[in-house]
Design a protein. Structure first.
Length: 492
């Protein structure tokens, strides 16, 4: 029987699987575990689900397809997209006019909140919001409780198994699992960014401006391509940005290029331009500094767009997001996914999710961004990346899994995190049969269950799902106008 208190803290629930963090990975984990028959409680620190997709306004979702147009992020992630599409909250998967990604999936963050709540509750997931994880209780090599701070005071949840989807490996770190941050030589991490949305854009004027100034855009899209694409994606303008910096009309500490995505809401675009360097997303003082500078940058970037780019004259900022964090802690798990694994499309006997996004590393210093292009290879992420030797009833899913700093530049994106969450949740639900020891499970059974649940794996049973409209014609594009480069190109 669960005691009324643990370490003086009242125990308010006793569940089979506790998922901490309601972002993309947490959603995938909680829904899949509940569908697997487990009693699941999902705890989230905000008043809604979605993580970076709804708090930080990161948009679009990347990347569901390879360059052949094959849908390789499926399962729960694809269900979310289809539910959004039915609600009018996304175009679905569309061509990316920047030619960097095999597909892009812009969405309405408000409808995302509703869809995620509906899907979680339909699966039978219990929810606890406004609860911030501050501690764990560990007995030998197992977590027994997780401690949360709430408006009601400090509370504890007892669980048979736990999935850490905090993005920062908060539980794993507190449980004594070794973690790393940033580059191996100095621990420096990718910069943070403040995403924001601009409304009342004149898209006819913007398309006309892009056609007249296509020499400023990455890979110089043709007038026909600009006219025919369903949702505008604008990348480039490095020369124009440099001119504006020289006149004091653009923040010199932001990205040296412009990146905008049309959203399925009004006349809106999402802006991915802000950069705040030397930020540790696990340090509250750094987070405070980043929130302040990020919003200052947002207005400076908006003023540049209003004065230098067609279609923005009567626009306005409708919302700035919470600071977006690309990278913090990652665990040292039973396997470390490498950049070689990503670049060569490696499969694994215990692969539980696939990724196909580029290795995308915003520079911790300097200007040029590493970007290998999405969809060139499809790789698997092994379950061992979610596991440690220190705690047997804990899995980690999302951007904080066991990878190198460089490989993390690919695995960290939201669509891949949803797939990782589904892999972790499916495995943990099956672990009821092994006293919650995932390491004792038959990985063939896990993979079979995942495929039955719609997940795509590098497996002969997963048939291709090709969208001819999303075959990427330009796979060897230049990144000069976008301040991109691919240091791995010579290696294939």
């Amino acid at each position: 029987m669960t005691p009324n208190k643990v370490q003086g803290t009242p125990v308010v629930a006793n569940v089979e699987i506790l998922v901490v963090g309601g972002g993309p990975a947490g959603i995938g984990a909680a829904i899949s575990a509940a569908r697997g028959g487990a009693e699941v409680l999902l705890v989230e620190r905000y008043g809604f689900l979605g993580g970076n997709s709804t708090t930080a306004l990161i948009n679009p979702l990347f990347t569901f397809h390879d360059v052949q147009g094959n849908l390789v992020i499926r399962g729960i992630a694809e269900e979310i997209v289809q539910r959004l599409k039915e609600a009018g909250g996304t175009y679905g998967h569309v061509r990316d006019l920047t030619f960097d990604n095999a597909s892009m999936t812009p969405f309405d963050p408000e409808l995302m909140k509703i869809v995620l709540l509906e899907m979680a509750q339909e699966a039978g997931v219990k929810l606890l919001l406004h609860s911030f994880c501050t501690g764990i209780v560990k007995k030998e090599d197992r977590l027994t409780h997780v401690i949360f701070e709430t408006k009601s005071g400090r509370i504890a949840v007892a669980a048979q198994a736990v999935i850490d989807c905090t993005g920062d490996a908060d539980l794993a770190y507190k449980a004594g699992i070794p973690t790393l941050k940033g580059r191996p030589e100095d621990g420096v991490m990718q910069p943070a960014s403040t995403f924001f949305r601009i409304d009342n854009i004149d898209f006819a004027a913007l398309r006309a401006w892009m056609k007249e100034n296509n020499h400023l855009l990455k890979d110089q899209p043709t007038p026909t391509e600009i006219d025919e694409v369903e949702a505008i994606a604008l990348l480039g303008l490095t020369d124009l940005v440099a001119q504006a910096i020289s006149k004091g009309d653009y923040p010199a500490d932001a990205a040296p290029r412009i990146l905008l995505y049309q959203l399925p809401i009004g006349n809106q675009m999402a802006v991915n331009v802000s950069r705040i360097q030397q930020i540790d997303g696990t340090d509250v003082f750094d987070l405070t500094k980043a929130e302040i500078r990020g919003r200052e940058q947002a207005w400076e970037i908006y003023n540049f767009l209003s004065n230098y780019v067609g279609g923005f004259a009567n626009s306005y900022i409708v919302e700035t997001g919470q600071i977006g964090i690309r990278e913090t802690r990652r665990i040292q798990g039973k396997y470390v996914l490498t950049e070689e694994d990503v670049l060569t499309g490696k499969g694994f006997h215990d692969g539980v999710a696939c990724g196909t996004f580029a290795i995308d590393i915003h520079p911790p210093e300097g200007q040029r961004q590493v970007f290998t292009g999405s969809g060139r290879e499809v790789y698997e992420i092994p379950l061992r990346c979610f596991m440690s030797d220190e705690v047997e009833n804990l899995l980690v899913a999302g951007r904080c899994i066991s990878t190198t700093h460089i490989a993390n530049g690919s695995t960290r994106v939201m669509a891949t995190c949803m797939a990782m969450g589904q892999g972790a949740g499916t495995a943990m639900a099956l672990a009821r049969a092994t006293n919650w020891r995932v390491a004792d499970l038959d990985v063939k059974l896990i993979r079979t269950k995942l495929i039955e649940g719609g997940q795509y794996l590098l497996d002969s049973r997963c048939m291709a799902d090709i969208d001819q409209d999303l075959k990427l014609d330009r796979v060897d594009s230049s990144g000069d106008a976008a301040a991109h480069y691919n240091p791995f190109a010579a290696e294939g």
